[in-house]
Design a protein around this ligand. Structure first.
Ligand code: NDP
Length: 330
């Protein structure tokens, strides 16, 4: 059946300015790292994408290697785009990245111009797009001059393959250098994509300040610490959870330790006292920074996206609540 997006899709979402740019991002964006690959049911992926857009989530984040298998999340997104979202392309912000291993040999990862330009062309083909809105250097490359990596991003923008350039997981010093190089090239750095949640606060020490000074936006990935900052692991590790699914390959379940669960239990009590679920409080907590452009969530079910968007009903924290959260996560 032809997809008809909700008429009220722009009524509940708020949109935030990305640094000192003209681009507004939804306070909550959806990433396709997990659950949108070739191994995942297409109908669930499609239902999540549709529901997200109906709730005002206009930004979908991808990367060349998302799947599994690598590349298949972009293919899934391309199929849903062709089936459902094609008439709404101008209402969407679609991002992709390159930096991690994508194909064998010396040109299939890191930060060379050769890799980045080849990768964006592959991503565009997989998604059936003429351009992406944001293209990222997914990680800094210690062996390639920053000038080459960022020169490639500038070329990708100037050649019409992307509208904006971004960087991910760059340190504060690398960010300052990248911002200066891109400014000089005339393609300002739009956005930084770091990992940030209550258990991983590295950006608070210096990066947020650096971004504010440079006028660069910030989109925080894994605001739920991949699901640990929800109530799902409080009793056991459910079979359909990310921890259970990844345990064999990565011992991911080892992250769900009794000490961690005890902290989550206490955070859950703080959330309940605020009238929110823990997932909602974790998202609101990330968004409490004025310079935070968006919280970049993942989801395995439609209901998780609905729960996330409802976090926007309560984004304010009392000093006491923040102190409690600091004490629990210290
Ligand atoms: P989150 O921290 O939001 O974790 C998402 C996972 O948490 C879901 O897949 C689901 O897992 C679980 N979850 C979500 N909502 C709920 C809920 N209400 N109750 C219980 N469990 C819930 O983000 P991700 O780690 O998935 O990362 C988000 C995006 O960030 C990625 O898709 C990607 O776009 C980007 N990213 C970027 C990186 C980079 O290097 N730039 C690295 C990693 C991610 P479950 O399967 O258990 O249900």
């Amino acid at each position: 059946m032809t997809y008809q997006p909700s008429d009220t899709r722009y009524s509940s979402m708020s949109y935030r300015r990305t640094g000192r740019s003209g681009l507004l991002l939804p306070a909550i964006s959806l990433g396709l790292w997990y659950n949108f690959g070739g191994i995942d049911p297409l109908e669930n992926a499609r239902a999540m994408l549709r529901r997200a857009f109906d709730l005002g989530i206009t930004h979908f984040d991808l990367a060349n290697n998302y799947g599994p298998p690598p590349g298949s999340a972009e293919e899934t997104f391309g199929r849903v785009l062709a089936q459902d979202f094609k008439p709404y392309r101008d209402e969407l912000i679609i991002s992709s990245k390159a930096g991690y291993l994508m194909w064998p040999g010396p040109y299939g990862e890191w930060g060379s111009r050769k890799y980045l330009v080849a990768s964006i062309d592959q991503s565009l083909r997989r998604m059936g797009l003429d351009y992406v809105d944001i293209f990222y250097s997914h990680r800094p490359d210690p062996h390639t001059p920053l000038e080459e990596t960022l020169g490639a991003l500038d070329f990708i923008v100037r050649s019409g393959r992307a509208l904006y350039a971004g960087i991910s997981t760059y340190s504060p010093e690398q960010t300052r250098q990248a911002a200066a190089i891109l400014r000089q090239l005339g393609t300002p750095c739009l956005i930084h994509q770091p990992r940030y949640n209550m258990f991983d606060r590295w950006i608070e020490h210096e990066l947020l300040q650096t971004l504010e000074e440079a006028g660069i936006g910030c989109i925080a990935f894994s605001p739920l610490d991949q699901g640990i900052l929800t109530d799902k692991y409080l009793r056991a590790i459910p079979d359909d959870s990310r921890a259970a699914k990844l345990d064999n390959r990565f011992h991911w379940g080892d992250k769900v330790t009794p000490a961690r669960v005890a902290q989550v239990q206490q955070l859950n009590a703080v959330a309940q006292a605020r009238g929110q679920s823990l997932a909602q409080m974790a998202i609101a907590w990330v968004l409490r920074h004025p310079g935070m452009s968006s919280a970049l969530i993942g989801a395995s079910k439609v209901g998780q996206i609905e729960e996330a968007v409802a976090a926007l009903d309560n984004l304010t924290f009392s000093a006491d609540e923040l102190t409690q959260i600091d004490a629990i996560t210290a």
